[in-house]
Structure formats: C-alpha cells, structure tokens
Design a protein around this ligand. Sequence first.
Ligand code: PAF
Length: 260
Amino acid sequence: MRTISSIKELKAYRQANSVEKTTGFVPTMGALHEGHLSLCQRSMDENDFSIASIFINPTQFDSSVDLESYPSCIEKDLEVLERMGISAVFLPNDQDMYHDNFAYQLQETSFSEKLCGANRPGHFTGVLTVVMKLLNLVWPNRAYFGKKDYQQLELIRGMCAAFFLDVEIVGVETVRDPEGLALSSRNALLNEEGLKMARKLNKMLALRDADDIVSSKLSEEGLLVDYVETHKGRRYGAVRAPGKAGSIRLIDNVTLEASV
Ligand code: PAF
C-alpha cells in the first residue's frame, strides 16, 4: 500500500496509474470500522485501483469540542487498510486542503438546510467543499459513500450532477451490529447506557407510527431527539445518547417500505 501525504505525490501517483485503469475512491475521516471496510471492499471489487483518504475535516464540525473529541487512530487504520489490500491511502493535512483558509466554499441551498443541516449550520458546506476538493485531487471513476449518511450521499450526488463531475457516486448499504445499531466512529464514544439506548434508534425509526410518535417513543427511551422526519419515503432520525464525556450525536435512516 502506498501512503501518500502530499498533493504533489498524489498527482504523480494518479498520472502513473490512470491509463485504461479504473480508480475507486473511499473518503473517510479515519477511526475505521466494518462500515468503512465494506466501502473499501466494494471499491476493490469494482476497480483496478482503490484509494482511501483519511482527513478529519475541520470545516464540517460545528463545535471545537466535537472536533477535538472525534476519535483518531491512524496507525491502526493504516494497518487495517494495508491488510485489506487497498492500493493507496491519501493523508492530507489542514494546510494542504485549506490553503485558501476556506475562503472558497461550496454551498447547497435547499436540502442541506433540512435534517442534520438545520441542527448543524454549515456542516454540509464543509462536507461538500472537502468532497469536491478530494474528488478533484483523486480524480476517481467511482467514489463510495455509506447510506447511513443518506442526506450526505444525496447532497454529494446532487453536487456532482450540478457541477458535471465525471464520477459515479456509489451508495453502499449500512453495516450494523447484531442489534441493528448502524456502525459509526462515534459509537466508540458512547458509555454502556448510551450504547443500550442507541440500539433503539434503528428499530424505532422503522415503526409504522407517524414521525412525532416515533420521536416521543425515542424520548421515552431517554434519548434526546434532534429530529425524526420523513422525506421521499425515507425516515431520517438524529438523537443524542449518553457518552463517556458528554452526549454523543447519532444518525440513521430507513426506507419506509421496511417499516414494521
Ligand atoms: O462521511 C464522512 O466520513 C465525511 O463526511 C467525508 C465524506 C469523508 C467528508 O469529510
């Protein structure tokens, strides 16, 4: 596995490996779990080369506390990626990615203001800006994103269409623990009680009840509900559960045909 830490090196690597080969790209913020690995595996199955990136993107965090507490374990991540057989990993730093001091930003003005965007102002501008930068640098044929972050996936698809980017955006099914909790880097920050409560989220989003009833049921379980809302046949939910240090925000979504 090639570890690439500068943009110059990444460009040279892409030029050397681009002729008649397909490249898949998996952008991540590290603290890799089975969900990320399923994105990497899908990329490796569908492309000649697969590049992952690890970059904790500061512009998508709405508080410095959240940014500072985001888990990071780069050595372990690199070992896991190497073991799976990823071709290369790109590890940019803040200065590489934001040499413009975030003066240029990519903003979506409709769906990004709903759901997570309503609770986390500026979050999706940070996500879309960094994803656009990464896609321009890595220049993949396909890029892989998890369906757990379905709003993010939809916004990235919309951005690529709006700006005529020649990349296929592939949405990959959410990987869950045996009790249905969507795997997330943030799960590691939950305390025992928080983990138990968090495991209710997916099951309750799938109930046939109306959004407000589901929201009340989640509150009764002790979760702090940011939102439960349905858009285009998909129910989205965000809650806060007790963590080892402060509350931890978790999201999930279900298609309503799957409701019980
Ligand atoms: O889903 C994530 O981990 C991040 O939002 C992404 C797409 C890597 C951008 O920083």
